[in-house]
Design a protein around this ligand. Sequence first.
Ligand code: ATR
Length: 284
Amino acid sequence: MSPQSAQSEPPPHAPLAGVIGWPIAQSRSPLLHRHWLDRYGLSGHYVPLPVRPEHLAASLRALPKLGFVGANVTIPHKEAVLTVADIVTDRAALIGAANTLIFRDDGTIHADNTDGYGFIANLEQNAPDWLPDLGPAAVIGAGGAARAVVASLLESGVSELRIANRTRIRADQIKAEFGARVVVYDWAQAGNMLEGANTVVNATSMGMVGQPPLRVLLDALSPDALVTDLVYAPLMTEFLRNAQDRGCHVVDGLGMLLHQAVPGFERWFGRRPEVDEAARQAVL
Ligand code: ATR
């Protein structure tokens, strides 16, 4: 081997990945990825990466040079990261946010959004009889997480997607971008959109520890509806408990957090990880 080729050979090293946010200490992603790395005996590291907003672009450009193969992105960078990435998938562009980055060998940054995948995979795993196209879906909230849910439900074949948000203009914007199947309801009338709904989603942060509970009139909610909450702390929100009391099948939001991590882990560390009770316990 010539000195030249010895120099250009990449040194063998364990893949590095992490989660970029500010603050980042609260993120449960490192617990999950470490659990999977240990469980499958893979070499690799997944670390929390505290990055201030003003340092986002420089930090992203540096990571591939430091041996990182990719990263997850969380609050407050999920939108801004699109302006730094070299390639943005269609779904990340439509949602307006990315949560999973792949650093390619040529140094380019590829941005994707796996939240919608995680949302649907969670329902498929925990409500195997659920069929998205059996009736209208009702989504409460119109923030970044709601946009991923809307995209995935429409992709799954939902014929009508009803949405209500405290700040109505964000819901109107979703209708403008996602099209005719979206029907906007007034926040004060959010309970009305549950009439005949097959799928009901809380995509607001209400009900999370430290936040007021989501209180929507459930009189019109059918016991046949599947009800899910993106909030996972607590696992059983007041909203889910009320729906369960009406006889609905309810699915908590932790599974979405676990499933959205699967594509990144597989890509970076080379093995598709399982989402099971052990993975749930790792982050609880
Ligand atoms: P995320 O990325 O988690 O979706 P976000 O974009 O800040 O975060 O969106 C938060 C969602 O929760 C929004 O739908 C927000 O409503 P607004 O668009 O009116 O802000 C909703 N939300 C948060 N606190 C709320 C509250 N106290 N009452 C009603 N809606 C609330």
